[in-house]
Design a protein around this ligand. Structure first.
Ligand SMILES: Nc1nc2c(c(=O)[nH]1)N[C@H]1C(S)=C(S)[C@@H](COP(=O)(O)O)O[C@H]1N2
Ligand SMILES: [Mo]
Length: 415
């Protein structure tokens, strides 16, 4: 798989080596706590159950009607049929929510963002929302997708056990985000040439796993990505960010794993040393027999996927044309083509594509099918991206079920 950004590639290699050598310093988590955590959770099971999740309370502010969402612990998965006809951007009322704890309801007037750390000159910088809004704004379309999206397919389609929230395909949403480039804020705060990592941290509650707090949600990214296309977003689809999606300000890291897009940003550490958090060491890396003993490099880009805007086990009348619709996306390239099979993968037809390719955005597609034979069958959508990668028949397993990319067999019955 090609990596479009050489700086990200060297980030992967160098940080992994440093982490494995114990060279990165632990911000907020002592070695002792990490060891307890690993003992409690099992070396690769990682962080799985928060206290709210264990209690089965979603802790989400917006309504979660059954036709739009499937609630999974502290999270809400978007039902794909609810996206049919919604256009390029996902309406907030059906945008998935992934919370480690619960949505904090923050006051925009008293909110501030602190930038600090050894990668800045001249001390801390504190910015209020008005300060951010006084900087030149940009608007950008991008999806946010959980790295564990489609995790359940490892088990249901491939018969392989994985740990974590059993998402089907609905842990993705795409919005139009307005905000300030993180690069502008970093430069204003006195970014130095020595800076290597940038770590935003949320204002939501500390995350407790296995009875041990690992602190507030945070994950470092290399300075090259931070200076590239990352936004500090304060608007979503033309309105102030809603509480569940990070009000008043979230980080938006296009095409990367959703965990990078820290909600309710409260501070950003800018460091001249490699940074560490549980979210780039114990979770959001690939573990398992196909990967190095210490796991893969920390995850960056999302994987290639496709989904139909149709209920699972949908019933479709025979001898009538059905306008099948769906979307495909890839974090490493735009979508170049999508093929559809309505006969369990025997024959394939090119779908009609409705959007231009972009690695941070999905492409809508459609295909008209007139079934003639009653009975059960499976529909498949197989996308190819602009790097030439095509969705495989089987996804390479990892214990935490990240980055599923195989063609999904979507069951339907013709009547
Ligand atoms: N502060 C904070 N930021 C966070 C999270 C969180 O729990 N707390 N969850 C992350 C994960 S794992 C994902 S997939 C995305 C989900 O964004 P959404 O809830 O707006 O869809 O937010 C990320 N940012
Ligand atoms: Mo996620």
């Amino acid at each position: 798989m090609s990596n479009p950004n050489p700086d990200e590639h060297s980030y992967d290699r160098h940080r992994l080596r440093q982490w494995l050598a114990g060279d990165a310093y632990a911000a907020g988590v002592s070695r002792r706590v990490m060891l307890r955590l690993l003992a409690a959770a099992g070396a690769t099971a990682g962080l799985s159950a928060g206290s709210a999740e264990a209690a089965g309370v979603p802790g989400i502010v917006k309504p979660l009607p059954e036709e739009f969402f499937t609630v999974r612990g502290t999270n809400a998965e978007t039902n794909w049929p609810a996206l049919r006809g919604t256009g390029y951007h996902t309406p907030v009322d059906r945008f998935f929510v992934r919370n480690h704890t619960t949505t904090p309801v923050l006051d925009a007037d008293s909110w501030s963002l602190r930038l600090w750390g050894s990668g800045l000159r001249g001390g801390d910088t504190v910015l209020g929302l008005d300060d951010l809004k006084s900087l030149p704004a940009v608007t950008r379309s991008a999806y946010v997708e959980c790295a564990g999206n489609a995790r359940d397919l490892y088990a249901s389609q491939q018969g392989e056990p994985v740990s974590g929230t059993p998402w089907t395909l609905g842990a993705i949403g795409q919005a139009s985000w307005r905000g300030v480039p993180l690069s502008a804020v970093l430069r204003r705060a006195g970014l130095t040439r020595e800076a290597v990592d940038v770590m935003p941290r949320g204002l939501d509650a500390e995350y407790v796993s296995g009875g041990v707090s690992v602190g507030r949600v945070r994950r470092p990214m290399p300075v090259a990505k931070a200076l590239d296309d990352v936004l500090l977003a304060y608007e979503m689809n033309g309105a102030p960010l809603p509480p569940d999606h990070g009000h008043p300000v979230r980080v938006l890291v296009p095409s990367w794993v959703g965990i990078a897009s820290i909600k309710w940003a409260g501070d950003i550490e800018v460091s001249a040393h490699p940074l560490y958090s549980p979210w780039n060491t114990d979770v959001y890396r690939l573990f398992g027999p196909s990967y190095p003993p210490g796991g893969s490099a920390p995850l960056t880009h999302q994987s290639l996927k496709s989904a139909f805007e149709l209920p699972w086990n949908a019933t479709l009348p025979a001898n009538e044309p059905h306008h099948l619709t769906g979307r495909s996306w890839s974090g490493t390239g735009g979508i170049r083509s999508v093929e559809i099979s309505t006969d369990n993968g025997t024959t394939w037809h090119h779908a009609h594509l409705h959007d231009t390719p972009h690695p941070a955005r999905w492409t809508r597609w459609s295909h008209t099918w007139t079934p003639t034979t009653p009975g059960p069958t499976t529909l498949r959508a197989r996308a190819t991206d602009t790097t030439g990668e095509t969705q495989p028949d089987r996804s390479v397993h990892n214990t935490q079920g990240y980055l599923f990319d195989a063609v999904v067999a979507h069951p339907v019955t013709v009547v």
